[in-house]
Design a protein around this ligand. Structure first.
Ligand code: ATP
Ligand code: MG
Length: 240
């Protein structure tokens, strides 16, 4: 059973201790959520887990293997994919070219592409409901469609665990439902999710397991029903 966990993970920026001996584990095969107030260290946690910033101390374990301080591409190869809070796409490239480039930088050159890879990219666009936009430049997509596009690129690497940083942020309500449904569908096919999200309706409706951060430490965890009524959680959000 592969699962993602950290042991006493610590990261400070200057004197600002953002992750404070954070020990937490996410369940394999489940939709996990990581919630907490602004600035509580959620994105920093993702950055440490995916090798984008180096923790000061502590460990990141994936399926029991120590992946702390591995390079981002090595962590991706180990099976962890992620999206970014401020979605990363190439605005002047087409939707299809974006998905192909995310899979393999050499795909920026049309001659390097295989037919099977192009078919697979189109398959993901279809699954995410944006196939009709394959030939459009990414900058012409709505914010929510760009988030789906970024996710399509991540899925090209067939990650077994997907970290989503605010998939619903700034997304219109119609697309919100689609994103929620897709996460459940991809999970049913065997993918593990860890989702950072402020939209509590979405979090409560799609998560199996929720971890709550406050100032870089988990203060509560459990199923949605337990988290909803947890006083520590309300306190962290309301600052009381
Ligand atoms: N590269 C950095 N350099 C300096 N400080 C940083 C850096 N990244 C994050 N921080 C600080 O770390 C703290 C936690 O930020 P982080 O982005 O992890 O929070 P978050 O929980 O994702 O918040 P939000 O919900 O607003 O996205 C903040 O005080 C932030 O200013
Ligand atoms: Mg964040």
């Amino acid at each position: 059973m592969r699962s993602l966990e950290t042991v006493e993970l610590t990261k400070a920026f200057g004197g600002n201790v953002v992750l404070d001996k954070t020990t937490v584990s996410f369940r394999h095969g489940k939709v996990n959520a990581l919630i907490g107030p602004n600035g509580s260290g959620k994105t920093t946690f993702f950055n440490c887990v995916t090798g984008m910033i180096r923790p000061d101390s502590g460990r990141v374990l994936y399926g029991g293997a120590d992946i702390t301080r591995r390079a981002p591409h090595a962590i991706a190869r180990a099976g962890i994919g992620r999206t970014f809070q401020l979605c990363r796409v190439f605005p002047r490239m087409t939707v299809l070219d974006n998905v192909l480039a995310a899979a393999r930088p050499a795909n920026l050159f049309r001659g390097a592409r295989g037919r099977a890879e192009v078919d697979r990219a189109r398959g993901w666009l279809t699954k995410l409901g944006i196939e009709h936009l394959a030939g459009a430049e990414a900058r012409n997509l709505s914010w929510g469609q760009q988030k789906l596009l970024e996710l399509a690129g991540v899925l090209m690497s067939e990650p077994e665990t997907v970290l989503l940083d605010e998939p619903a942020g700034g997304v219109n309500p119609a697309l919100l439902d689609r994103i929620g449904g897709l996460v459940r569908e991809l999970n049913a096919e065997g993918r593990t999710f860890v989702i950072v999200e402020h939209n509590m309706d979405l979090v409560m409706s799609i998560s199996d397991h929720i971890v709550v951060f406050d100032r870089g430490r988990p203060i509560a965890e459990g199923p949605p029903a337990a988290i909803r009524s947890d006083e520590r959680v309300l306190g962290a959000y309301l600052g009381v």
